[in-house]
Design a protein. Structure first.
Lengths: 251, 283
């Protein structure tokens, strides 16, 4: 039912858009008709470069997330479980760092890492690493010591303890922790691509606008919205799967 | 008419059976504050034969659980040593199975995967793991729950899974730390019967910790009574009730007799001579 209403609303939105353009309620020079945008998209999907833009944005996002999570897991585990005193000292500092608006750091990253791939991946990394690290530390800290004892009693230690016990026990919570920041990271990525890149969806929109190719600009905007939804949904599904062993009423 | 219920235990002199576990002169202490030490266990020595069911009985805080931790290798003793099959225990290993009061099932693993955990550590091939898990699942009648997650099980079911998880990798000895303390009285009796049944079938050597006298009498071949602060062995007493047993034994006079005797041992200090019979041991 909810899905149906949502679908109807989306259809209505595009319908009104089309109608407004058709009736000249809006200036089609700046807001072309939905059908014009669709036509433009139909042409674009035949171009290789179009898919490359999507690929670049996706790759940057995925690389940033994966590197951040891979770094946060052992670091969070190390800080929370092995070095709690160090953790107590660095946590306030890390919290302050995490509050720095990533947009303000964009020029810094571009200077440091040039306009290539690295600077974009670093931006995503920056957005995801702190929530990932904090939720990793939190879930390690609140990890049931009885489970550790049970695993230890069977001789589990070191890497095995991390991969077989800590990781599966904490993974779901970490995903929950980074969900919002991934969507935020995607937003920042698009902005960065508009500022300093020669590829990616952000650049596609920016470049289309600069060249006055208005329909193409809207294609980019719609695409970014759609991909944002896909990423969020995928993450939701992954997170649901990762906590499938938790009682449902606790969620 | 106690006579027909008493059966001569086959480990009377302790020489005929192979010695599975030996605890020699164990001392353990904790540092509470700076320069302040709390002695948890003092001069603990006993042996357990292969296939024997021994219970450590004592009030809470007497160091029973600490003793199990030391036997499992989870805790280093200050003095003394623990030997399993003649080998000194240095660190935890698959030599022992450990069952805790709070089940400690891995919540992200299904029942089957929980049982297979120790086998994975042992690097048993997948197909064999499956087979062994099946076998133990049917031993505790949980075959239908193989693919459920722990949160979907009742307390009693969880504890049955925890027991077979510890048995599946075939440890030398099974240590149980107040395993039935968290379940309701009825489930508890059911679990005791089930444990007796498992023990009869697997012939495992079991060291069981409890503060319940009745539980100790129902289950054990021998009961080691600990006193608190510091934890020392007050007495070791044979339970000469017929095997196989089940909860029905609670109604018998011999059973009540034993309970009475242990009650005296735990609560009176000096007049316990009449409680110990020949072959029992006292410090």
């Amino acid at each position: 039912m909810k899905k149906l209403v949502g679908f109807i609303l989306v259809v209505c939105f595009f319908g009104i858009w089309e109608l407004a353009a058709d009736q000249n309620w809006i200036d089609t020079q700046f807001i072309p008709a939905f059908s014009t945008v669709v036509k433009e998209m139909a042409e674009m999907i035949q171009l290789r470069v179009f898919w490359e833009h999507i690929y670049y944005s996706f790759f940057r996002l995925a690389a940033g997330i994966v590197i951040a999570v891979l770094a946060a897991l052992p670091l969070g585990f190390l800080l929370a479980a092995k070095l709690p005193k160090v953790a107590a000292f660095v946590t306030p500092f890390l919290t302050n760092l995490s509050l720095v608006n990533p947009f303000t750091l964009v020029p810094v990253f571009i200077i440091l890492f040039k306009t290539g791939e690295t600077s974009k991946i670093v931006i995503i990394f920056w957005c995801v690493i702190f929530p990932a690290l904090f939720s990793a530390m939190e879930s390690v800290k609140s990890f049931d010591p009885v489970l550790i004892k049970a695993a230890k009693s069977m001789g589990t230690d070191g890497a095995k303890m991390f991969f077989a016990i800590i990781l599966p026990g904490c993974f779901g919570r970490i995903l929950t922790g980074i969900k919002t920041s991934v969507t935020f990271g995607f937003t920042v990525l698009i902005a960065v691509e508009e500022l300093g890149a020669d590829s990616g969806l952000g650049w596609l929109v920016y470049n289309a606008g600069k060249n006055y190719n208005i329909p193409r600009m809207y294609v980019g905007i719609l695409l970014i919205a759609v991909i944002g939804v896909i990423v969020a949904t995928l993450l939701d599904k992954l997170q649901e799967w990762s906590v499938r062993w938790e009682p449902k009423e606790a969620l | 008419m106690p006579a027909p219920l008493r059966s001569r235990t086959y480990k009377g002199d302790g020489c005929a059976m192979t010695e599975k576990l030996a605890v020699n002169g164990l001392d353990t202490s904790y540092i509470i504050k700076k320069n302040q030490k709390f002695t948890a266990l003092s001069n603990i020595s006993f042996t357990v034969s292969e296939g024997e069911f021994v219970t450590i009985l004592g009030p809470s805080g007497c160091g029973k659980s600490t003793l199990l931790d030391v036997i499992a290798g989870l805790l280093k003793p200050e003095k003394g040593e623990v030997r399993i099959n003649g080998k000194e225990v240095g660190k935890p290993s698959l030599e022992v199975g450990f069952v805790m009061q709070s089940y400690a099932l891995f919540p992200w693993r299904t029942v089957r995967k929980n049982i297979e955990y120790g086998l994975e550590l042992k690097k048993v091939p997948k197909k064999d793991r499956r087979e062994i898990a099946e076998k133990y699942l049917s031993l505790v009648n949980l075959g239908d729950f193989a693919d459920r997650y722990p949160y979907e099980l009742s307390g009693g079911m969880k504890q049955r899974v925890a027991i077979v998880r510890a048995l599946a990798y075939n440890p030398n000895i099974l240590l149980m730390d107040e395993p039935f303390a968290a379940v309701d009285a009825q489930t508890r009796e059911g679990l005791q019967d089930e444990l007796l049944n498992i023990w009869e079938q697997t012939k495992k050597t079991i060291v069981f910790v409890t503060h319940s006298i009745e539980e100790a009498v129902i289950l054990s071949d021998r009961v080691i009574v600990l006193t608190e602060n510091p934890g020392t062995i007050k007495a070791i007493k044979n339970i000469e009730l017929v095997r196989p047993r089940n909860s029905d034994i609670r109604g018998t006079i011999v059973f009540r007799d034993y309970v009475q005797q242990f009650w005296k041992l735990l609560h009176k200090r000096s007049e316990d001579e009449d409680v110990l019979s020949e072959g029992d041991y006292k410090i």
